[in-house]
Design a protein around this ligand. Sequence first.
Ligand code: ZN
Length: 417
Amino acid sequence: MSSAVTQTVTNQIDAERLWSRLMDMAKVGATAAGGSNRQALSDDDADGRALFVEWATAAGCTIATDAVGNLFARRPGKDPDAAPLMMGSHLDTQPTGGRFDGVYGVLGGLEVIESLNDHGIETEVPVEVAVWTNEEGSRFARSMMGSGVWAGVMDLDEVRSITDVNGLTVGDELDRLDWAGDVPFAHPVSNYIELHIEQGPILENAGTEVGIVTGVQGLRWYTINLEGFPAHAGPTPMDLRKDPARALHEILAGVYAIADDHAPWARATAAMFRSDPVSPNTVPQSITFSLDLRHPDKAVLDEMDARMRALVAEAAGRHGCESSIGVDNDSPPINFAEACVSAVERSARSTNYSHERIVSGAGHDACYVAAVAPTSMIFIPCEDGLSHNEAESIEPDQAARGVEVLYGAALELAGGS
Ligand SMILES: [Zn+2]
């Protein structure tokens, strides 16, 4: 991997330092295929944090943690008691994770602090970098766990009792690693900005350098069951069947039409098809499948929901079948605070990087932090939109652009001069 970095437009950060930190962190829990494996609350995760603490301490930050192990590195401001501007993300990875998911937001925040030091800037309010515990939810199956507990959305005791495949609990590991500290949950934060790779192809395909994230899509997961009547595939005439597969065929066509009607942001994904009995020459008695609908606007998601329900009932009825729809997950859209989004946008404009407003298709710690503090996110493109993959890749120039935009927004929101 080349470490050559061209000059950025504003050049307020040290792009070489940023890249070398990213590459050094990638050596902790490095995988043979070029990715990272630092699963939450493992020794590798702890080693990654220790490296971050070493850098942050050298940059003059004080380090503190809360009871779920979220770590906060703070650079003081003129008013040391003021609510800090917070940046951050996570250092834990998927078992076959990439080198940038989460890491980039944490080390980007650190680079902002080091650049403030380089320029001798004292901000009005403190500047803090958060390292959230267990964002990935792979070893301990609760994603965005640290930020969820911090924001009061999840219960600490409940989270401490979650086990991994070996029967170890989150609580066991927090105690073993001595991560639990005394920073109160939801401590006052003036604004939160999370810098992240996009993990999708939209910016890359558009040739846009920086994404100004306005919020996160809402999603609903359904289990849909269609009940027909089993019959012999040969002797039973087509018009005398109660065939759930024929209803399914119409439902799928209708569901994709709903998504097309609300392009470009609507998503519809049908999967996990199961028919019973499992036989090639019997009209199925029942078909069950999952449906995932997404949109950033709750009113549109409600409309998609209503159309889908009508579609299922009508298609099932037309073919003499019964239908039922269960809701397995209902996660409302998140709209980030406009003032915080605008600050990021002003910063992007001042750098002259091409930028556009974008909605996140994936969940992030910012989703929960947004319930406590004005929040926004900055995305940069990643190669082929690939993430949760050891081949996850960004270029040093791209990494620098996102941090330049973060630096400008942080300077405005923290009151730097
Ligand atoms: Zn992430």
